[in-house]
Ligand binder design. Sequence first.
Ligand code: ADP
Length: 489
Amino acid sequence: MKIAFVSTECVPYAKTGGLADVAGALPKDLENLGCEVKLFVPKYFLIDEHKHGLAFNWDIGEMPISVNGKIRSVHVHQSKLPNSNVEVIFIDCPHYFHRHRIYTNDLDEDERFILFSKGVIETLQRMQWTPDVIHCNDWQTGLIPLYIKDNYSWDDLFNKTASLFTIHNIYYQGRFSKSSLFAAEIKGDLFYPGGPVEFEDGVSFMKAGISFADMVNTVSNTYAHEIQTPDHGAGLDGLLRWRKDDLYGILNGADYDVWNPETDIHIPYHYSHKDLTNKIKNKKFLLKHFNMPFDEKVPLIGIVSRMVTQKGYDIFADALVDLMQLNAQWIILGSGEDKYENMFRSLSNRLPKKVGVYIGYNNELSHLVEAGVDIFIMPSNYEPCGLNQIYSMKYGTVPVVRKTGGLADTVKDWDEQNHYGFKDGNGFSFNDYSGYALYKSVERAVNTFGEKDVWEKIQKNGMKKNYSWKHSAEQYMEIYKLAMEKKGA
Ligand code: ADP
């Protein structure tokens, strides 16, 4: 099976969140299952050409591509995804991608990803490579299913190409004014109230992706149901209910080449479920890094995430006073909205021995936090899949999560499981989206930390779980086949 995998982030080149982890891992497992995969990403300014061995593709040369009535010159660079044979194709257009951030609030943000979408299609044309499936991810690639069914339908190359659209977060929809229709050369007759690209009198790239793709999926079963409800569908729940027979949930996996405490290149002390003594050395190392004292009896609680309301920082703020009363220390890594960054900055200024904070993006530190902390909290309002709870389990770090999306599908509450007579809990969780419910779960985790045998059992339950991509890649193969059947290939 030939797959064109299209993503606007990918580890190790450019990352803002979980999509990058998915794009850097899933193609490798698809390849292991016998697929031929080509991965398409924009060539952002921040991608280091030398470090990643990018080579200019002279065969493709210069491609003139029109966006918003202007012709832009597009080039292609190539490389191989580390530890694989997956070819990575970087779409380069300095006018749009030589900016200081991956995503911007610039007025031409729509044009940047229109160019990318067309660039992917026109590169496929120049390579004369027909994928069986174009796998599109999130709103930035939402126009591709529309383009191959309409604007580029004249090209027989795509006669048998099916499309899959994966929703990684329904709240980021790529909504723009009507003028995007012209910029993207979308036919006017596709734009009407309630139509496949219209949303509140503007254009929604995500809606186009959901409407035109042969199959649609999201990144956990629970989230696949949640987005069909008005509470979590962000206005697209009606469309998703309409497409429910073509909508699947496939849980993200973890790339254990990268996230594994036995081999992780970013942590000083390696360990496995057979012997956890080195985990404590990582904890000491992490605390020393933040100039904080070590006490074996005091649990260390970690957070690594974008600091946005989605991740539950509003209820964290509500519970702040109580949480700080608990006999625990905190390491917090993230960046995002000013109000949350400032909340954490002032917390560590007030309580420097109790709270260590790093505001910013730091990949190495994120690995060290997973290895060094005892408890990891994710109180998200909604969470399509969530990766850090999966990484946490592998690192013997016990997750405390709100039961939503992929968090609900992966974390089993220790006490709840016990209540039903099972000893297979791997974390702590709560339902109610409130500071009080969050506080009570963290309190339960902190109290349980004192019971060493129980704690080790919870840690090991998590460490033995296997969330490798292999199983999810097999499910993607199934959904690709369904997409191909729909396309009549
Ligand atoms: P989302 O995609 O919504 O941000 P996920 O849990 O799916 O959430 O993925 C987040 C990914 O981004 C994880 O790999 C996490 O470690 C990483 N990450 C988030 N914030 C930071 C940060 N400040 N520094 C380093 N890595 C981060």
